[in-house]
Design a protein around this ligand. Structure first.
Ligand SMILES: C[S@@+](CC[C@H](N)C(=O)[O-])C[C@H]1O[C@@H](n2cnc3c(N)ncnc32)[C@H](O)[C@@H]1O
Length: 199
């Protein structure tokens, strides 16, 4: 089974250990600390949409997308009446086109890190930069290689995995060690990387 179909299948069987209830503090903190005002935001691989919904509640104009139609269906339901103010897209980030210079902010939680090879990560970085406007920001939360490897845990990436893929397209504003914001007692160690599209 391809990696893409594996994700679709995991939503079907409920094998989604990344599912969480509250918006990740790494996002809410960054929005506050960096004073990111409501703008046009794209969340690739939004899963059940917790962060997209939170962003829409803050007044952001949100496009939430995932390769799993079922995830988008569930996220739409979770958003309640807010859902109709949001844009929902089922797409494959590797093969589908993204609109040019459409967004001011991209947020991904555990999506960039799912791609195992440098060419895939590089392609994603290039596509996200293409889709951001001048000075657009991308906040990525990615499993950290210095964390504990677990069969059901996130893929673990090194700082250089991230830097090598994004550096041609993005200026790194900060690359910090953090943990996933979720309801777990011992959340996985992550990289919290905030980037600005290069001119
Ligand atoms: C680890 S989950 C994270 C989900 C969500 N961001 C969260 O934190 O709960 C990765 C997500 O990326 C989606 N995904 C994986 N490969 C994708 C692709 N090629 N195109 C679009 N979405 C993809 C999966 O369906 C899944 O929802």
């Amino acid at each position: 089974m391809s990696e893409e179909n594996r994700f679709i299948d995991r939503y079907r069987t409920g094998n989604t250990p990344w599912a969480h209830t509250h918006p990740d503090f790494n996002l809410t903190e960054t929005i506050k600390q960096r004073q990111i005002e409501p703008c046009k935001v794209f969340e690739p691989g939004c899963g059940l949409g917790v962060e997209s919904i939170w962003l829409a509640q803050q007044g952001f104009e949100v496009t939430a997308s995932d390769i799993s139609g079922l995830a988008i269906e569930k996220a739409h339901e979770l958003a309640g009446p807010l859902a109709k103010k949001m844009k929902w897209v089922v797409m494959d980030l590797m093969t589908d086109d993204l609109p040019e210079e459409e967004y001011d902010f991209v947020f991904d939680r555990g999506v960039f890190h799912t791609f195992d090879t440098h060419p895939e990560r590089s392609l994603l970085a290039r596509k996200l930069a293409f889709s951001l406007r001048e000075n657009g920001l991308w906040l990525s939360l990615a499993g950290n290689k210095d964390g504990v490897a677990e069969r059901t845990g996130p893929p673990l990436r090194t700082a250089s995995d991230i830097v090598l893929a994004v550096d041609p397209y993005f200026e790194i504003i900060s690359l910090e060690v953090s943990v996933f914001g979720n309801e777990e007692a011992n959340p996985h160690k992550i990289w919290r990387c905030l980037m600005k599209k290069r001119k």
